[in-house]
Ligand binder design. Structure first.
Ligand code: CUA
Length: 149
């Protein structure tokens, strides 16, 4: 093995370690991780906002043609600033998308399964939610929002 070959191998191994480090940094440092599919929560039929503590909430969202049921049929919820929210998402009909602007939350709503993400709302404002999976004629109007006060 000559020197050029050895250098190339060192470079390749070094780059692999570097990229692996970036993945670990994204998952741990930046908290960018794969969404979780929950297997121990039964799919639910209605949206619901449940408060567990002054700044802890559980949000059950049902996506359906063509709106998001965020809380008993409403397409929005209000939360105080600093809230930590466990979001459980399912679909009542076809596959929908669920992206909350200005957050890392980007899930798929799939009939018969529940997907999960946790998000903390540090800044007040309107967080728009859009369906990003084509789901029929009303897809482009399928939206919701979270108001953080
Ligand atoms: Cu729901 Cu597109």
């Amino acid at each position: 093995m000559d020197r050029a070959e050895r250098n190339a191998i060192f470079l390749a191994v070094g780059l692999l370690a570097f990229f692996f480090g970036l993945i670990v940094y994204a998952a741990r440092g930046l908290k960018i991780d794969l969404p979780t599919c929950i297997t121990d929560v039964q799919p639910f039929k209605t949206g619901q906002l449940i408060q567990h503590a002054p700044d802890r909430y559980e949000l059950h969202v049902v996506a359906r043609m063509w709106f998001f049921d965020m809380n008993k049929g409403q397409t929005y919820v209000e939360l105080p600033r600093g809230s930590v929210v466990d979001i459980y998402l399912t679909s009542a009909d076809v596959v929908h998308g669920f992206h909350i602007n200005d957050t890392n939350v980007n899930l798929m709503a799939i009939p018969g399964t529940v997907n999960y993400a946790r998000v903390k709302f540090d800044n007040p404002g309107e967080y728009h939610i859009v369906c990003h999976e084509f789901c029929g004629i009303g897809h482009q109007d399928m939206a919701a929002k979270i108001l953080v006060k």
